[in-house]
Design a protein. Structure first.
Length: 343
């Protein structure tokens, strides 16, 4: 009995030493950009940097939301032209570049169709083919004219930065983290994760990629520092039509219909806090979902040194790029077949 008490005391002592010795960890949960977000920071100035990050995310939402009437985006859509905030103008320019790079799979001029389907609203509906066909000519980056901070749209066109805004927000949080005194932190912005430095125990962060077929289960786990992990999929935001068809929120700009993908989810991993890698990962993840497995793998092969990805396929495979091999953990008993992609 005495030995047990000694052991117990030793354990308590060990725990309290870890607690005293470990740098201070602060956490903040917010709701912004139509999703729940969690922020964590470790070390000096942790509380302060989380507050500044939260303020920044709220400010960005006010500028980038399609549904807040006073935002840059809503003003541009309503008036056909406007002067944008410097940051919004830069984000729009980058969005246009990603459209070009992804062959139009990512396209912010998808807005009229996003509006028509209303998938993320309280009143989604399946439009008639004629309604979709009438709007398709409005989709295409040639309808956006941007010079400096001035932007205008062709008649009837509109933009939606929803496929890239959280990635941009994660870049802004990464910059705040980097400029602070913290030793580690993470920002989980509804499918857009950024991990900075180390955990309080001096380890890389564990980023779990959700199993698209089971809530509260993971398809795999990655151990990362200073990286963005952005996941797009059809499993979270969708609605079921009158005939039982499930329509999800990523629209294929080529058809005007919600993308019919052979992928259940796409996670794109990019590295380094400095040059917009969160925005890039967000644009790519949306685009690669639209492209489907074969085109997504081709896209990665063409620029493989610069990003990693995890694809969960409809037929039960988890494909991952070789750059992840040392930080990738399979989930035992998940039922998936794990396949590293050949370079
Ligand atoms: P989430 O917003 O759930 O993180 P994504 O980053 O993939 O997911 O973005 C999906 C959102 O982007 C949609 O809700 C819509 O606002 C917009 N969108 C839909 N289809 C496209 C597309 N093909 N290209 C660019 N944006 C899109
Ligand atoms: Mg995206």
């Amino acid at each position: 009995m005495k030995r047990w008490i000694c052991l117990l005391l030793a354990a308590v002592l060990a725990l309290s030493l870890t607690a005293c010795g470990a740098p201070k960890t602060e956490a903040l949960d917010i709701f912004a950009m139509d999703t729940y977000m969690s922020l964590v920071a470790v070390g000096d100035g942790a509380f302060d940097v989380l507050q500044r990050s939260s303020n920044e995310i709220n400010t960005l939402e006010q500028k980038l939301s399609r549904t807040i009437a006073t935002s840059d985006v809503a003003q541009l859509n309503a008036n056909g032209s406007t002067v944008l905030d410097e940051g919004t103008a830069e984000l729009l320019r980058r969005a246009l570049r990603y459209s070009e790079e992804t062959g139009g799979a990512f396209d912010v001029t998808i807005a009229p169709l996003v509006e028509l389907w209303g998938i993320t609203t309280d009143h989604p509906r399946v439009p008639a083919r004629e309604e979709i066909d009438a709007l398709l000519p409005l989709v295409g980056t040639e309808h956006v004219h941007a010079a400096g901070t001035e932007a205008s749209l062709d008649e009837g066109c509109a933009i939606d930065l929803g496929g890239i805004a959280k990635g941009y927000a994660s870049d802004c949080v990464a910059a705040l983290f980097a400029a602070s005194g913290i030793t580690g932190g993470f920002a989980s912005l509804g499918g857009n994760v950024y991990v900075h430095g180390d955990t309080a125990d001096g380890q890389p962060w564990k980023v779990a990629i959700q199993d698209p077929q089971k809530t509260d289960a993971f398809a795999c786990t990655l151990h990362l520092s200073d990286a963005f992990v952005v996941t797009s999929g059809g499993y979270q935001r969708n609605f079921t039509g009158p005939d039982g068809t499930v329509y999800q929120h990523i629209i294929d700009p080529a058809t005007g219909y919600p993308a019919v993908s052979d992928l259940l989810s796409v996670s794109v991993i990019t590295y380094g806090a400095a040059d917009g890698q969160g925005t890039r990962a967000d644009a790519y993840s949306t685009a690669l979902y639209v492209m489907g497995e074969e085109a997504a793998v081709d896209f990665w092969r063409a620029r493989q040194a610069s990003f990693d990805m995890v694809l969960v396929t409809e037929d039960g495979r988890v494909l991952y790029t070789p750059g992840l091999k040392d930080c990738f953990d399979e989930t035992e008993g998940s039922g998936y077949v794990y396949q590293p992609l050949a370079a």
